[in-house]
Design a protein around this ligand. Structure first.
Ligand code: NAD
Length: 361
């Protein structure tokens, strides 16, 4: 029997409430799919700062490296807002991404049929949306050198960030994107700003070259400004999108509103040997500790973990189907419930999904 070790890092706030539900769902899969999952918990973020003084203790990083995948919750909260830069909870997550070379961030945005009315966009536009944004995560404008602030002779100030990519950095994220598109509807849109940026010229050149190795995937290119418009005009026209760090940051948040609620959005960060899976949302201090957070984003992240780290496609599909079934039966956490309707808590939603999943085996 295959044995997989999964590092579980719940983090802070509702991360501690939704991650155990995702873990329970994975344990249910393990029971039925003939694989053994070994879960080991570790501290990260604010919880780690409180216990050890560091947002990413060495022990946690060691565990991540020794695991086959990482199930992550969320980090941060008002308690640590005034901490110095290096002692802030989010440094823990950024450090894990860097240490594990997680250069491709996958964010699906899917409009569930029964939640169409939770989207701020018209039904006729969002219905049927099922797309994936792949954002390059470790290069580009956020990391390029030189960066900094300098005083000028005229008394003014100049601030610099640099958008820079090497062909190797573009090629590796392009390969992830083509591989993902292959598991979806085999259409990839590469987004850039080729009319203005030389970085985009390299980006487009490399993606086109890599595309020759994937003749079964249809590749097209789109300018980032056009993409921003198209996402809210005809989101159903997209399958898989790949783009650089800053563009991806903005476009993936725009795509997020198509799905209706933050509580529904999973994500994966891939690249190095160990993938990291986490809900897109943060620690939600406004509802933390109340047992009302929506665990679906975390549970769908667990499904991505099976799909992308362990190639357990059928079991990932079963989780997706269980979530859909529970929603179809009318169960809703507070964030997606119509005003005045009955509301399901975090644990109860986890129970319902586990039960629906059990019934699929
Ligand atoms: P947030 O995602 O935590 O919350 C935004 C809003 O969405 C809140 O009203 C919240 O109640 C709601 N929400 C989020 N997830 C929900 C869920 N699962 N169920 C129901 N409602 C949900 O974003 P924020 O308020 O901007 O940030 C709060 C803290 O989280 C900050 O400290 C921030 O730095 C941190 N954060 C962490 C991550 C991460 O760890 N990856 C990501 C984003 C924000």
């Amino acid at each position: 029997m295959a044995t997989y070790k999964i590092a579980v890092l719940p983090g802070d706030g509702i991360g501690q409430e939704v991650t155990p539900e995702a873990e329970r769902v994975l344990a249910t899969v393990g029971k039925h799919a003939g694989v053994s999952f070994e879960f080991e918990r570790a501290l990260i973020g604010g919880a780690a700062i409180d216990a050890t003084g560091h947002p990413l203790p060495d022990e946690t990083l060691r565990l991540c490296r020794a695991s086959n995948a990482i199930l992550f919750g969320a980090v941060g909260g008002p308690k640590w807002d005034d901490a110095p830069h290096e002692k802030r909870p989010e440094r823990g997550l950024l450090a894990v991404r860097k240490e594990l070379d997680l250069y491709a961030n996958l964010r699906p945005a899917r409009c569930f049929p029964m939640l169409v009315d939770a989207s701020p966009l018209k039904r006729s536009i969002v219905e049927g949306t099922d797309l994936m944004v792949i954002r390059e995560l470790t290069g580009g404008l956020y990391f390029g050198e030189p960066r900094g602030v300098e005083k000028l002779a005229d008394g003014g100030t100049r601030a610099i960030n640099t958008m820079a990519y090497t062909s190797r950095e573009v090629e590796r994220v392009a390969r992830v994107a083509f591989d993902v598109a292959r598991k979806r509807r085999r259409r990839l849109t590469s987004v850039d700003k080729v009319n203005v940026l030389v970085v985009s010229q390299l980006w487009r050149e490399v993606v086109t070259r890599v595309g020759k190795d994937y003749p079964d995937v249809t590749l097209d290119h789109l300018l980032v400004d056009n993409c921003a418009m198209a996402l809210v005009q005809r989101p159903t026209g997209f399958d898989t999108i790949v783009t650089e760090n800053t563009f991806g940051d903005i476009l993936s948040d725009e795509a997020a509103i198509l799905a209706g609620s933050m509580g529904m959005l999973p994500s994966a960060s891939l690249g190095g040997a160990v993938g990291l899976y986490e809900p897109v949302h943060g620690t939600a201090p406004d509802i933390a500790g109340k047992g009302i957070a929506n665990p679906i984003a975390a549970i769908l992240s667990a499904a991505m973990l099976l799909r992308y780290s362990f190639d357990m496609t059928k079991d990932a599909d079963r989780i997706d189907a269980a979530v859909l079934q529970v929603l179809e039966a009318g169960h809703r956490t507070a964030d997606i419930a119509p005003r005045g309707s009955r509301v399901t808590g975090t644990k109860e939603m986890g129970d319902l999904i586990v039960r629906a999943l059990e019934a699929q085996y």
